[in-house]
Design a protein around this ligand. Structure first.
Ligand SMILES: [Zn+2]
Ligand SMILES: [Zn+2]
Length: 603
């Protein structure tokens, strides 16, 4: 793993913001100093890079004579504990630039020398250092009073990182660690890390036979039959939400000529993210978005004020030229499908349409147990349209959020080049934040395409457009929910909802009748007719995270009953078949979050 320039910059900025650190950040940065001191004890020839606090922990970059091993990390941790036990005070001292350079050159710390040389003059008058024990580091602070104040910590791993994120500069070794106020906090964080690894959707996708990735088509998933069942369940729910919201579905082509992208502005502003190719003599692009195509549908006839709002849903395939180097699975794909929505409306309808969009977002996420949070993203530097347009558009979005009384914050400069937007975030079972839906209000595309509608008094006005996808893409959303549920999907999403396990061959026929009764109720059930032992079949069903297992034997067969056993461990005996089918059908149709148990450790 290598660290890229952006990551480097954000870490460096955090370092510069050290003055604003809260206690936990201060503790994390102090831990980085303690780690650097430990590394220097073990490797006196180590050259130091930077060592900031980061989200959930800290790191420090080192130039070392050899690659680190896990055993080294243990040795470094042990040296760190010695410093904590020694109760060493952090002491600040100040030098001017020439004196600071003399000291760092004497210590043979070329990276630190570089930092001090490049300090702006106004910051170089006072260069501060922090010392604890024998170790001193160029640093703005602040720090804890003493190494004894360090909370419980752990070193996690090491990774390669170029100095300043620049691949022409030396490659350093970055050691990541984490430190917390209490042992409980540390344990909980380590549990989350372990769970994140265990829930990796690429691994679960393969184990549960949902989807795989192949080098023959980088950054694009291959959906297996069970994965497609999941996809169709997600899609059916999205279609139901859109239909109730008054949407009509359209479908538009993937390969679209350059002229349309020029008119939409994508050719100038988004071409780097597009697959551009020649359709014989015509330069064309595979569509990264549906908007310009929906506009062509709108423009096929003259529209009147009575036709508006017009709401189009589009589930066609999009292509985005993403880098393929990163092993991001579903989180960075080049071929994707959105539950895309475009609304054309009059100005006096914008407020209602934005509120409709936000209410559909809340509704569509409800059966996953997600409680969305909202961020209003405002104009970026590189943008289309005048400031007046942006003032009005941003004001409308703000109003919709306030009227709906939704939990929201501001994201200055975070908008797409053609419109402000509301980004929707959810937290998963591990407390990780994911950006999902986006709602965009747009006056630019209607202007670029000269859209209009006829008003009541016979004149012409320009409609506004609202764009949104709620899942975002099916690919990414599938990745998120696979990790959120750890593959144990609620009944309504589970590719196989019930498996029927006949105890002996003489029960196979009855097992088939149970399956048919479930299928007639719209449920996905299978009979496990393999000649394995019952316990082995139960274990396999459990591993495949099938919500309901029905073992049928003589007693059930005679009584026309089933004995359900849930994935969560609960079981019942001799439930009349009809009663059980009705029960399961109701839970399925209501898209209940069942059977689902949050397996996070108790607080
Ligand atoms: Zn420091
Ligand atoms: Zn759009």
């Amino acid at each position: 793993m290598a660290i890229d320039a952006d990551e480097y910059r954000s870490a460096a900025n955090e370092l510069l913001d050290a003055g604003a650190h809260d206690r936990l950040d201060t503790m994390r940065h102090s831990a980085a100093h303690v780690m650097a001191a430990a590394v220097l004890e073990l490797f006196p020839e180590a050259r130091l890079g930077i060592g900031p606090a980061i989200k959930d922990g800290f790191y420090y970059d080192f130039d070392l004579p050899r690659p680190l091993t896990p055993v080294d990390l243990e040795a470094i941790e042990a040296k760190m504990r010695e410093q904590v036990a020694a109760d060493l005070a952090f002491e600040r001292s100040e030098l001017d630039r020439p004196a600071a350079l003399e000291r760092l050159e004497g210590e043979e710390q070329p990276f630190k020398v570089e930092i001090v040389r490049e300090l702006p003059d106004e910051e170089a008058e006072v260069v501060s250092f922090y010392r604890h024990g024998e170790f001193s580091d160029l640093c703005r602070g602040p720090h804890l009073a003493s190494t004894a104040d360090l909370g419980p910590f752990k070193l996690l791993n090491s990774a390669a990182a170029y100095w300043r994120g620049d691949e022409t500069r030396p490659m350093l070794q970055r050691i990541y660690g984490t430190v917390w106020e209490t042992q409980e906090d540390l344990d909980r964080y380590l549990w989350r890390l372990e769970q994140a690894r265990a829930r990796d959707h690429r691994r679960l996708g393969r184990e549960l036979d949902l989807f795989t990735f192949h080098p023959e088509s980088p950054a694009a998933p291959f959906w297996h039959p069970k994965g497609m069942v999941l996809w169709r369940a997600l899609e059916a729910w999205s279609r139901e939400v859109r239909a109730d919201g008054g949407f009509s579905e359209v479908r538009t082509p993937s390969l679209v000529r350059r002229e349309l992208w020029e008119q939409s502005g994508h050719w100038d502003l988004y071409q780097d993210n597009m697959f551009v190719l020649d359709d014989y003599d015509h330069p064309s692009g595979l569509k990264p978005m549906n908007c310009p195509q929906e506009i062509l549908v709108y423009k096929t006839r003259s529209r009147s004020y009575r036709d508006l709002p017009m709401r189009f849903a589009d589930y066609s395939v999009l292509f985005r030229k993403e880098l393929t180097g990163a092993l991001a699975g579903m989180f960075r794909v080049r071929q994707l499908t959105q539950d895309d929505s475009h609304v054309f409306c009059r100005d006096d309808q914008v407020a209602d349409e934005l509120r409709l969009a936000l209410s559909l977002v809340n509704r569509q996420f409800a059966p996953f147990g997600f409680q969305p949070r909202f961020k209003l993203a405002t104009r970026p530097d590189k943008k289309l349209g005048s400031d007046e347009f942006w003032d009005m558009a941003e004001g409308r979005l703000r109003e919709a959020l306030e009227v709906e009384e939704l939990p929201w914050t501001l994201d200055p400069g975070g908008a797409a080049f053609y419109a402000p937007k509301i980004d929707v975030f959810i937290d998963d079972a591990l407390g990780r934040e994911w950006q999902m839906a986006t709602v965009q209000l747009d006056y630019q595309l209607p202007q670029r395409f000269d859209l209009e509608y006829r008003t009541a008094d016979g004149g012409f006005e320009r409609p506004a457009m609202i764009h949104y996808a709620i899942y975002g893409s099916f690919e990414r959303f599938t990745g998120v929910i696979t990790e959120h549920f750890a593959g144990a999907f609620p009944l309504w999403l589970a590719p196989v909802q019930a498996v029927i396990i006949p105890i002996a061959d003489r029960h196979i026929e009855y097992a088939g009748r149970v399956r048919d009764a479930l299928a007639a109720a719209g449920l996905r059930a299978e009979v496990d007719e393999r000649s394995e032992r019952m316990q082995a079949k139960l274990r396999d069903a459990q591993e495949q995270q099938i919500p309901v297992m029905l073992v049928v034997g003589d007693r059930d067969q005679e009584a026309g009953a089933v004995s359900p056993r849930l994935r969560t461990g609960r079981s019942r005996q001799g439930v009349p078949l009809e009663e059980f089918v009705d029960h399961l059908r109701a839970r399925n149709e209501a898209r209940e979050l069942w059977p689902y148990e949050d397996n996070a450790p108790a607080d």
